[in-house]
Design a protein around this ligand. Sequence first.
Ligand code: ADP
Length: 421
Amino acid sequence: MTIDPTKLLVRLLELSRNLSAVADIDVFMMSILSAAVELTGSESTAILEYDETKLDFYYKYVPWFQSESIKGARVPLNDSSAGWVFLQVKPLVIQDVTNDPKYYSKNDELPDFKTSSLLAVPLVLHEKAFGVFEVFNKAAGEAYSAEDVRVMESLASLAAIAMQNDLLARTVQTSRTESRELDRLKSEFIAITSHELRTPLGLILGHATFLRELISEEFHEQVDVIIRGASRLKEIIENLSSVDNYQTGGSTLRSRKVSMARIIEDVSASFRDVAGNKGVAIKIEIDPSQDLWLDVDGNKIAIVLSNLVKNAITFTDNGGNVTIRAERQPDFIKVSIQDNGLGIPARDLAHVFDRFYQVESHLTRRHGGMGLGLSVAKAMIEMHGGRIWAESMEGMGSTFIFLLPVNVNQAAPEPAMPFAD
Ligand code: ADP
């Protein structure tokens, strides 16, 4: 029997199209098996996969009519046609299995099927065989031809890709499940730890503040060190739990009408001394005729702005400037914090909003911080349906920009510039 080349081409084309379209691997593999039987004029077929732990083969795919017993059967690596094909990574034709020592006849003792001839090709990926694709019993009186071998090799390469895709998809799925579980454990850990730390920390702060009132002024400095340290710890804990609360949906917004101009003025006023001591000037550029009122949780937006202004001052040297701008756009208010400091290398820009991410190594850097400020800012802006991103040139400075919808239920558009997600 010779195969009509057009029919063969159409069938292969159809299978390769289905390769990406069919979601269920079993459905696709059944169509590969039917094509193999049909195009080679065989009675049956099977795909065997090599089992690296047991060092033999098992039947991975057999036609639906094949008995259940064959599915559980194993084929040894040595003294079998599958083993030969697998080890040589070459096709094999046995026209009469009764006269060939390479044929492993034990599985013929299983019910329903008796092999007389076979054609087997390796399933190869990256030049390494991982299984064998076989067809059995060419129609009476005929021998497997070189053309049959080519057909089987084409089908085998489609089968190999499909099986590999399936394996990759399952690996991705497993990694996703594992990472979700890790994420859950991490959130749980953060929630428990912050809760457990908050109470003793509150006591330390409360008592230290109380003590400060009682003791003479000469000891104030020592107690101030305790209060500053405890306040810093409190800030870290609040930051940790606010990102987590946002990600787990545990954080709520207390929105009301506030003026963005007012938030900017308050926040910059709170940083005047720090900036002044460092020789960094804070400028505000707002057109007073603009309406900058919007519906937001003012405390959260103040935290966002504080984190951004604090960073801008931290990463700008003496003599530098930090400029805060706000402008009304049709449905949004756009705020930017620009500095002419260190800047952020392009490779880091996409990651600065990740939790615990810091451009300099935590051990060598001169500045404090835990790499949480920007992730907190991002979480809080996104809670409001807004967007935040950064633009920067190393050595030239950075600009952090956020957009907040004026009305609560309106999401901000994608920014025109690339932003770190
Ligand atoms: P941290 O509190 O440790 O500074 P952030 O999340 O606020 O953490 O910032 C993450 C990192 O992004 C910082 O460690 C710094 O390397 C970089 N970064 C943030 N803002 C600026 C800025 N304005 N200029 C330069 N680098 C910045």
